[in-house]
Design a binder for this molecule. Structure first.
Ligand code: 4AD
Ligand code: MG
Length: 431
């Protein structure tokens, strides 16, 4: 019996006999040898089947084995500089686990809808695997960043009784005899948790009934939301810069191969070093107007505005001090000019736009009560949240980073639909 190994470890098995378990990615034949490009999920290798090693029938069936069939092979690993992976397995025996007739995804170009309908199979494509690997590293780097800085991971609920980010895009669900909403953000719960643990973050799926089709919006997306007691505006921005630099540099150090496969120009990513540019909202409006946008004071930045603005800078930028009227109820007002909120969005360069929204939170109960009422929200829904302002209220703040938009930017993808294994969008609930 030869032992089963993974292709990620193949370099340490040169000269040995091993077994591999995987799928047929591709095949060709030349000069009495069938070559199969073999994939096991951790890597790929060229597998050669020579006429001498097999009976006529076994040899013939390999020459016809359908793509994406599952197969186990045993043989000797050799270094083979002519193969795309540098190694080859000279197959001595094989078992066809399942023969895959008529795999629907071929070499020809397929439309996006077709690929999305076959997302469960499309995940096997090299490009999709590269994106999923980078997404995994981004998530790991996020967890490491906060763990190393003494933050505690606190999970927020998914069923919530009220809105956090406006009432227009809530998903309502039946909750026995009551109504509940799928969470738009774990922030309010993190505000409670940071009063217990100082520095916390949550990381989970969030839901917004986004009725518009854009390249930046999903109805289900993953968000990481740190919240810190006693942090100020400057401290919050600095934490965000260091955080994003950390994520990008980690991906660069581990995924040159995947980024190359994605044809991602890494020069702009190498420039993602702190400090980032900061623009007051008023300045952002001026720059936008000079560059063809008709945005007016008081408007939130639209997707097109973010594209225009971020093409003008090499690094991510912060747009800070938005007018309070275009932002969420919980943001603290600027003590110097109360038209503005102590908030900032981080916009990713190269036209990508907003990846982070964050702010200092209103800690005064009377201000908060006024804001709840001005935003048309019901005070009774926030009874517990208001308790936080009654019992040891302190200045605090935090931010939320959207995972899919971050993956899209770092991987250089046009649309967020490829950044998540099974995207949920306005017209997409399957597979
Ligand atoms: O700016 P947002 O709405 O901020 C919040 O939810 C705050 N409660 C965060 C906080 O301070 N704790 O969302 C934060 C980020 C956005 O910058 C964006 O990256 C992402 O979440 N995001 C979406 N990503 C994909 N699809 C959508 N529909 C998204 N909506 C927001
Ligand atoms: Mg936002």
């Amino acid at each position: 019996m030869v032992s089963w190994v993974y292709l990620s470890d193949i370099a340490s098995h040169v000269g040995s006999r091993v077994a591999l378990k995987g799928w047929v990615m591709n095949r060709r034949s030349s000069g009495g040898v069938h070559f199969v490009i073999f994939r096991d999920g951790t890597g790929i290798i060229q597998a050669s089947f020579s006429k001498e090693a097999f009976s006529g029938e076994a040899f013939e069936s390999i020459g016809k084995v359908p793509l994406e069939s599952s197969m186990e092979v045993s043989g000797t690993v050799v270094a083979e500089p002519r193969s795309m992976t540098g190694y080859e397995i000279r197959v001595e025996s094989y078992t066809l686990v399942q023969s895959a007739e008529g795999y629907p995804i071929g070499k020809k170009e397929h439309g996006v809808d077709f690929l999305m309908d076959h997302r469960h199979l499309w995940l096997r494509a090299p490009r999709q695997r590269a994106i999923l690997r980078i997404r995994d590293t981004i998530i790991k780097s996020i967890r490491d960043f906060f763990y190393d800085r003494g933050f505690t991971l606190v999970d927020a609920p998914v069923f919530t009784p009220s809105a956090c980010e406006g009432t227009s895009n809530l998903f309502e669900v039946g909750y026995f005899d009551e109504k509940a909403y799928l969470t738009q953000s774990g922030q309010l719960y993190m505000e409670a948790a940071c009063m217990a643990l100082g520095k916390v973050y949550c990381f989970g799926p969030t839901f917004r009934a986004e009725k518009s089709k854009t390249r930046r919006h999903l109805t289900e997306f993953w968000m990481v939301e740190p919240e810190i007691a006693y942090i100020d505006m400057e401290g919050n921005l600095k934490l965000q810069e260091e955080f994003v630099e950390h994520i990008v540099q980690r991906v660069l150090s581990r995924h040159k191969k995947e980024l190359k496969l994605l044809e991602r120009d890494i020069a702009p990513l190498e420039k993602v070093r702190t400090p980032f540019e900061r623009l007051h909202y008023e300045e952002a409006i001026r720059v936008l107007n000079e560059n063809g946008s008709d945005i007016k004071w008081g408007d939130d930045l639209g997707g097109d505005d973010e594209t225009i603005l971020t093409k003008l800078y090499e690094k991510p930028i912060f747009v800070h001090h938005y007018p309070r009227k275009c932002k969420a109820f919980y943001m603290k007002k600027d003590p110097i000019d109360d038209r503005y909120a102590l908030c900032a969005d981080m916009l990713a360069p190269e036209g990508y736009g907003e990846i982070i929204g964050g702010s200092i939170r209103e800690e005064d109960i009377n201000e908060l009560l006024a804001a709840i009422s001005n935003h048309g929200l019901k005070e009774e829904h926030f009874k517990w949240y208001l308790d936080l302002r009654k019992y040891g209220s302190v200045p605090h703040g935090g931010f939320g980073l959207g995972i899919e938009r971050t993956v899209a930017w770092i991987c250089g993808l046009h649309h967020v639909r490829e950044t998540i294994p099974f995207p949920r969008m306005l017209n997409r609930l399957t597979p």
